[in-house]
Write a protein that binds this ligand. Structure first.
Ligand code: ZN
Length: 414
């Protein structure tokens, strides 16, 4: 290993990046083997005991200070450099999805109905890979790296729980920056890293609406209070709300994905129910959407003499990248992987992430890493969450190298 963490420029040197990539290539088989072991034994939610065991075993011998969560099966590793300096955080999520795998991979899930369909097995193995790269450079490291192995990203707010358990202060001082990546089984070619300044991912809320009427005979609706036409009007009124009450350049998406009312053709139901997902891309829109949506539902029901109750469930906040940290990625990624490897997206992605809770507290950047399988077209390959999704193991070279490079570059800044 050669190279310097350049103290004159405050940036990681090209020689360091070259050695980082070479080491990431050299350790590929170890990291891939861990990913395949994780893929075979996927677990869901906040309790991932088998996953946690694999991570603890993989970190053993790297000289980290390792702790585990109390309310969830998280793992936090602190790597202390040989020299004083600030702390940075790298995050990898570890949970799988309730999907019956049909990928055809030789290392497919051995837990029926559970699959690493979102690539979090690559995030977990990749964070171990980054830890190995950084541990090998401890002698010249000025500061600490907090490794955040997180359960419960898929809706269980695992990142928020880990923040409550102190992950941002695990090294002693509050981390000065945080970095995370997400692999993509399509859209991005393998080796391409994508992000953008500002909003990178949406906020995702869930709404349950109940329209309360009065049941009766289908032939005499005037003697009942029919919730079904009111529910139908609410579906359309919500679309009018989106286009009439929100800035077209700060978009809002409302999708009523579930509607339920009645039992048969000639009976008027007492209630009807709607369920919708609400996506917003700014905290300004996120803040006002519940009140406006509730007003529409209650107002449409009231217009017909019925009532509506709205149960608005906040999901993950908007994920917002710090512009300076995006600039760092835009400089470090091409220097590490080549000029074609960096792509700045014109728009955010409409998915949501609980890394948003980390970026609410500290500066940082969330990047997407292409993992489209070799020989497949990124435009048609199965997307994340699909039972057919496959992820290229080569992302286990680029991913760990990118995370380690971002950490080294931030620490070189002092
Ligand atoms: Zn995911």
């Amino acid at each position: 290993m050669t190279g310097t963490l350049d103290p004159t420029t405050g940036q990681v040197g090209d020689d360091v990046l070259a050695s980082l990539l070479a080491d990431a290539r050299a350790q590929r088989d170890v990291v891939v083997a861990l990913r395949h072991a994780l893929h075979r034994s996927p677990e869901i939610g906040l309790a991932l005991p088998a996953t946690q065991r694999l991570v603890l075993d993989a970190l053993d011998g790297l000289g980290l200070e390792v702790t585990t969560g109390s309310g969830l099966t998280s793992v936090v590793g602190v790597l202390r450099g040989a020299h004083p300096g600030p702390a940075v955080l790298l995050r990898g999520d570890m949970d799988a999805l309730p999907v019956a795998e049909e990928s055809g991979e030789p290392f497919a899930s051995e837990n029926p109905g559970v699959m690493h369909a979102c690539g979090h097995d690559l995030h977990t193995a990749g964070l171990v890979g980054a830890a190995r790269l950084l541990a090998a450079r401890r002698d010249r490291l000025a500061g600490s790296v907090v490794l955040m192995f997180q359960p419960g990203e898929e809706g269980d707010h695992g990142a928020r729980l880990m923040i409550e358990e102190g992950v941002l202060d695990a090294a002693g001082d509050r981390v000065v920056a945080a970095y995370a990546l997400h692999v993509m089984s399509s859209l991005l070619p393998t080796g391409v890293v994508m992000s953008r300044p500002g909003t990178i991912l949406a906020a995702a809320d869930t709404v349950h609406v109940t329209v309360h009427g009065r049941g009766g005979h289908g032939s005499m609706p005037h003697l009942a209070a029919d919730p079904v036409p009111v529910a139908a009007e609410i579906v359309l009124a919500l679309q009018a709300m989106v286009t009439r009450q929100f800035d077209v350049f700060d978009p809002v998406v409302v999708t009523v994905g579930h509607i339920l009312g009645g039992t048969t053709d000639n009976v008027i139901a007492p209630t009807a129910r709607l369920e919708a997902t609400v996506r917003t891309f700014s905290e300004a829109a996120h803040a006002v959407v519940p009140e406006r949506l509730t007003r529409v539902c209650e107002g449409v029901a009231a217009a017909h003499g019925l009532t509506a109750t709205v149960d608005y469930e906040r999901g993950y906040p908007v994920t917002v990248n710090t512009p300076d940290e995006v600039q760092r990625a835009a400089r470090v990624v091409p220097a590490l992987l080549g000029a074609d490897a960096w792509h700045e997206a014109a728009q955010p992605l409409p998915g949501a992430e609980d890394f948003s809770y980390v970026l609410e507290q500290v500066p940082g950047v969330f990047v997407a890493v292409g993992a489209t399988p070799v020989g497949e077209d990124p435009r048609t390959a199965a997307y994340n969450h699909s039972a057919h999704a496959r992820f290229a193991d080569d992302a286990l070279v680029t991913g760990p190298a990118v995370l380690a490079a971002l950490a080294l570059d931030r620490l070189a800044q002092g």
